[in-house]
Write a protein that binds this ligand. Structure first.
Ligand code: ADP
Ligand code: ZN
Ligand code: ZN
Length: 755
């Protein structure tokens, strides 16, 4: 999907330049004239020499954009002197990437630069003090004997004695262990007996983590992937790869071996993971292979810690960086490999402008630096699998669990039948029976409550019927005032009191939370100990870790959680996984509902039976005939892919078509409505020129957040470039049109979440 922007090389005669990216001037751009001898040499990201300030001192700057006309008097504008000498600096490449992000996803250059260059402020570095003898040991001993003659020299005696025993001591050690204060050391320094050394210390949180070394020899399937990778990498055959490997098939092991190969050739590796919660397990394994040359980056680190990680990267002290989406911008100077683990995860998509997708940015960055991207998942995103089908990505497969454990058996329970037989609780009688059995056997259970995409869809508990939009085939959502609304096209209808299909009065929004499920379990299984993992219980810094560790130590029998518990955690004693409301994501009101449901069920079921006892998974659903559920039960990705792609093609949704949501927010509802009506008219005019389809404006489910109203126009096209064209035109339009002054406009390409 990554198309090259049209305005890459300049045809204009003026350039926007930023002067110093390590300081805080990032937001300020200066205009310069491009001399004719440089006209076809300068690109975005070029490092140039420019006269600056009153004295026209020559400094370096970076080209971040081009202009047809300068915004002030042409006579006053200065000229670029030349291209700056030297090899391409890492900043230069990242600025090129920022420019691509701006073109591809909209927004400002300053906004894109902030994302790409997160560390701007200089941080005071941290230093450690060490003390050692400044004289030969024998001399120190003599001096010590002399000092012993005096009663008031006890502190000096302690210090000298300690340093005679230990050649080097840290200041803290002297203070804590030997009760020697700094002023005593200072006195000894004056006497010329000891000296103090300072050493820069880096805050690297990985150094306090345990490493986990597992000597495994790869199986045949893994080996095949690795050797193909090695060959491609050495030949410079850099097509992105996707490893489709069932849960526990040993993908991580393959990443580690690939990374070793790349590091051996003197290049660096970025490992992208979907969630901070997963960092620790991954880091432990990478540290087993790369020791201290591993770093992590994420939002939970302090600014100083993050600064130090980046400094170590710049100084070549790090080979492997592990982190979520933003790790893709790690300023390695010879990047060789970017791994994207669980590439299907929604967290790779940014929810703030620029709303970039980590996967697309990784592929672009790799292209700029001749690196290779390796993605992995048990349930690849439709988008990535589609790329494989088209030949853009190389597909690899791992079909068995590496530990030779069998995949879990999966069964479906029809919750409509449960209701018929009088069971109105959260748990089917089948799941209750299996939980009972596991409690007796002292094995563990995970209950997964699917709340992703939950947005008040309306369903019948008697027959499973779901109220849908007649135009868009996505579920309608309940709004206040007894309305049901489609968030794609704005279609509205009155809320129903009975099921149009079977007449049952049990129709309405589905309400269940992890708390309610836990309360129910406590009543139903009095002897069982439970743990709950959701946004409430993981708010504190180490929240995740504590709960996972406790469960791992068997401090509880049942772990209840939202989609957080689905990812990557291995518990050897879990032999039963219950998926309580598999439907929730199925009827969320967006076109990816089926894909998410399939992924969640497959991944959740994959948590069962990681140890030696085979696992079992139970899917509770009101829609046992839905193909996403059936294919997940059968663990048939291919079958799911074919059906889902037929649906996407028919309904003109991604990845077959490209889709952009133009999201407008504002304080005044009337002003917003009016502006969006104008914008719609403007888009309709363009619709005659380029092949696009305009839908909306529609009101999202939550139409007002924090006093801001929201409206969305969707644009579809078979060609992503048409959407980029539309985005450019819309940006120009809202720039000129006063009606948008008080509104904010965002672009969301191939939106992942409910808007
Ligand atoms: P994935 O990333 O696909 O979920 P992992 O790499 O985490 O899989 O592997 C799952 C488990 O299997 C881990 O405990 C890992 O140590 C083990 N494993 C991986 N490859 C092998 C192998 N070739 N032989 C034995 N055990 C392996
Ligand atoms: Zn019904
Ligand atoms: Zn609709």
């Amino acid at each position: 999907m990554a198309q090259y922007p049209k305005r890459w090389y300049n045809k204009e005669m003026y350039a926007d330049i930023i002067v110093d990216i390590t300081h805080e001037k990032v937001d300020k751009k200066f205009e310069y004239k491009i001399p004719s001898h440089l006209a076809d040499k300068i690109t975005i990201g070029s490092k140039v020499l420019i006269p600056f300030g009153r004295g026209n001192k020559e400094i370096t700057g970076y080209v971040v954009g081009f202009l047809k006309e300068p915004s002030f008097d042409k006579k006053l504008i200065k000229e670029i002197h030349n291209l700056a000498p030297g090899s391409i600096a890492i900043e230069e490449k990242l600025i090129t990437l920022a420019s691509w992000i701006k073109e591809e996803y909209g927004g400002t250059m300053a906004g894109a630069l902030k994302v790409v260059l997160p560390i701007k402020k200089r941080e005071k570095t941290k230093e450690a003090f060490y003390v050692r003898l400044a004289v030969p040991r024998e001399e120190a001993i003599k001096k010590l004997e002399h000092l012993l003659l005096y009663k008031n020299q006890k502190a000096r005696v302690r210090a000298l004695a300690a340093l005679i025993d230990h050649p080097v001591l840290a200041k803290e050690e002297l203070k804590n262990k030997f009760k020697v204060e700094m002023k005593v050391i200072e006195a000894l320094v004056k006497q010329g007996l000891v000296m103090v050394e300072t050493k820069r210390i880096y805050r690297n949180p990985t150094w306090e983590m345990e490493e986990k070394k597992e000597e495994v020899s790869l199986n045949q399937e893994q080996e095949k992937i690795l050797s193909s990778f090695k060959e491609n990498f050495s030949k410079g055959n850099l097509k992105p790869c996707l490893i489709k490997g069932v849960t526990g098939s040993g993908k991580t092991e393959v990443y580690i071996k690939m990374a070793q190969e790349v590091v051996k050739s003197g290049r660096q590796v970025i490992i992208m993971i979907p969630e901070i919660a997963l960092t620790f397990q991954t880091v432990a394994r990478f540290m087993g292979a790369f020791k201290k040359r591993v770093a992590i980056i994420n939002s939970k680190l302090s600014y100083g810690e993050r600064y130090d990680q980046i400094e170590m990267v710049r100084e070549g002290k790090i080979d492997v960086m592990i982190g979520p989406r933003s790790a893709v911008f790690t300023p390695f100077n010879n990047l060789g490999l970017i791994v994207i683990d669980e590439e299907h995860e929604g967290t790779y998509k940014s929810e703030q402008m620029p709303r970039y997708h980590g996967r697309e940015v990784a592929i672009k960055r790799a292209e700029l630096e001749n690196a290779i991207v390796v993605m992995g998942s048990a349930t690849p995103s439709l988008a990535s699998y589609y790329h494989c089908e088209k030949g853009d990505y190389q597909l690899y497969e791992l079909t068995t669990r590496a530990t030779k454990n069998l995949l879990p058996t999966v069964e479906i329970v029809d919750m409509k039948a449960e209701l018929k037989s009088g069971n109105r609780s959260f748990l089917s009688s089948r799941l209750q029976e299996l939980i009972e059995d596991r409690l007796q056997k002292k094995q563990q259970v995970m209950l997964f409550l699917n709340r992703r995409g939950f947005s008040g869809f309306v369903s019948c508990r008697a027959c499973g019927y779901v109220m849908k939009c007649p135009h868009c085939d996505v579920s309608l959502s309940i709004h206040k005032g007894g309305k049901m609304v489609c968030h794609y096209c704005g279609y509205e209808t009155k809320e129903v009191k009975s099921c149009p299909e079977c007449g049952s009065p049990f129709i309405g929004g589905f309400k269940a939370g992890t708390q309610q499920v836990e309360d129910y379990l406590k009543k139903r299984f009095k002897e069982a100990k439970t743990l709950r993992m959701d946004l409430d219980t993981t708010r504190e810094k180490e929240g995740y870790q504590k709960i996972l560790k406790a469960f791992d130590n068997h401090e509880a029998d049942i772990l209840i959680g939202t989609q957080m518990i689905v990812k990557g955690h291995d518990f050897k004693d879990v032999t039963l996984v219950g998926i309580i409301a598999a439907d929730m994501s199925l009827y969320s009101n967006d076109y990816q509902a089926g894909e998410r449901t399939f992924q969640l069920i497959t991944q959740a079921a994959g948590r069962a039976g990681r140890g030696s006892v085979p696992g079992q998974a139970v899917i509770q659903t009101y829609s046992p005939d839905n193909y996403a559920i059936i294919k997940a039960k059968e663990q048939d990705y291919e079958g799911f892919y074919q059906e889902e792609m037929a649906f996407r093609d028919l309904m003109e949704y991604p990845p077959v078509y490209s889709l952009v949501a133009v999201i407008a927010t504002g304080k005044e509802e009337e002003e917003l409505d009016l502006a969006m009506d104008y914008l719609k008219k403007f888009c309709d005019l363009l619709e005659k020129k380029v092949e696009v389809r305009i839908i909306g404006p529609a009101t999202p489910y939550i139409k007002k957040i924090k006093d801001l109203y929201k409206k969305v126009i969707y644009i579809k096209s078979i060609d992503n470039r048409n959407l980029i064209y539309m985005k450019d035109k819309i940006e120009e339009y809202i720039d000129l049109n006063k009606g948008f002054n008080n509104l904010s406009i965002q672009f969301d390409f191939d939106p992942m979440n409910n808007i």
